[in-house]
Unconditional design. Structure first.
Length: 99
């Protein structure tokens, strides 16, 4: 997020980690169990202690919150520029995991 819109910032790549969550799905009658794989997004740095010590308490968790937001709700409303940006990043992230 920059200036109220979602933009790529040159020279500041971000790294996301795909975290798989396997959920059992029981078929009708209970004789068959299938696995549904869902994905969550995480960052390698969950907390920036230097930012926290400097007084930026929210900024210390900004990366973690942004990563969790990515997979918290799929198919966001894309009638706004922010919604379109979030959906684009979601599609890109999940397509990379499908490889």
């Amino acid at each position: 997020m920059h200036g109220g819109s979602l933009r790529a910032v040159p020279g500041r790549p971000s790294t996301l980690i795909g975290v798989p969550f396997d959920r059992p799905v029981i078929a009708y009658g209970g004789k068959t169990i299938n696995t549904l794989r869902l994905w969550g997004a995480a960052t390698h740095d969950s907390f920036d202690f230097q930012e926290f010590s400097g007084g930026d308490f929210v900024g210390a968790l900004a990366g973690t919150l942004a990563a969790h937001t990515l997979t918290r709700v799929l198919y966001p409303d894309d009638s706004t520029e922010l919604g379109q940006g979030l959906r684009f990043v979601q599609e890109y992230f999940l397509s990379l995991l499908a490889r």
